[in-house]
Design a binder for this molecule. Structure first.
Ligand code: SF4
Length: 297
């Protein structure tokens, strides 16, 4: 089937040693079975160190070093496995990060997750979010049944119309699918946010700044628009029913306002806030499910 991606996807390249928030720090990295087997037969100086670094288990994973660093991350921020054996020697998770996939009746879409510093920079600076282009073929079957793409196209048309004030565009997008953040009061949303799982507990307190107030400083309107396009792309594209699409749209609108609330006082830190929202919420299915639940009705 065909593989599609947002226009900015082709500009992505990991910035490796220039990355201040490397994905090789703070996460436990699972090693898939095929890669474990490949490492078992690997020859060369560094092969034994790779094998010894794997903690057996379900699934096996790299044993983290001090500071929760991947044991293969060198002091210059480069991956020793790549340096010794090239990118082909990476496990699936490392090769794929920060990509995510959604299957639709038209093919598969690949996107870039905003928790990655470089992906975040591209997402917040690219206006071509509505241009989803064919980038090749991939194995697999197209999804059947519900087709979310016409709905997404219609939402992007509303979002991209900068002749309409930004808060009005947000309202029109919600109204198109009967979604409103007012299903909860702001205090109730803050309670929900406090109950979520966090990688860094300091973010639990930071997220208490949440407000649904649609007023937005003009200087961050465009990056917020692009962030919302990304949230819609990530969460609505794989919907297999209109109910799922609506809940995913509710989540997307909520994440946009959470980001706006965090950036209101510190707009110069918008990209950092976006990266944190993504890593704390989007990368935890329990958290996204909890927030989407509010929009099932
Ligand atoms: S977070 Fe992104 S840019 Fe940074 S090391 Fe990981 S893939 Fe590369």
């Amino acid at each position: 089937m065909k593989l599609y991606a947002p226009e900015y996807y082709k500009d992505f390249a990991c910035i490796a040693d220039k990355c201040r928030h490397s994905c090789c720090i703070g996460w436990e990295i699972d090693v898939d079975g095929g890669t474990v087997k490949m490492y078992e037969s690997l020859k060369g100086e560094y092969a034994a160190a790779i094998r010894e670094s794997i903690e057996p288990g379900e699934p096996p994973h790299f044993r983290l070093s001090e500071g929760d660093r991947c044991p293969h991350l060198n002091k210059d921020g480069l991956c020793r496995i790549i340096l010794a054996y090239g990118e082909d020697a990476l496990c699936d998770i490392c090769r794929e990060h920060p990509r995510f996939y959604n299957d639709t009746p038209h093919g598969r879409e690949v996107g870039l997750g905003m928790s990655c510093e470089e992906a975040c920079r591209l997402i917040l600076s690219s206006d071509g979010y509505a241009n989803i282009i064919e980038i090749g073929d991939t194995d697999g079957e197209c999804a059947d049944g519900f087709d979310p793409l016409p709905f997404r196209t219609a939402l992007y048309a509303i979002l991209a119309d900068r002749t309409v004030p930004y808060p009005d565009r947000l309202e029109k997008i919600g109204a198109a699918h009967g979604v409103s953040l007012s299903v909860h009061t702001d205090a109730e949303w803050r309670e929900t946010l406090a109950s979520l799982e966090y990688l860094d507990d300091a973010h639990r307190a930071q997220f208490q700044t949440y407000s649904s107030d649609p007023a937005t400083p003009e200087e961050i309107e465009k990056p917020l628009e692009r962030a919302l396009a990304y949230f819609i792309c990530r969460h609505c594209t794989g919907a297999d029913s209109s109910e799922e699409f609506r809940a995913a749209l509710g989540l997307s609108l909520f994440l946009e306002r959470l980001l706006a609330s965090l950036a209101k006082e510190t707009p110069e830190r918008l990209a950092e806030h976006a990266r944190i929202v993504s890593e704390e919420i989007e990368y935890c299915e329990d958290n996204t499910d909890e927030l989407k639940y509010a929009f099932w009705f």
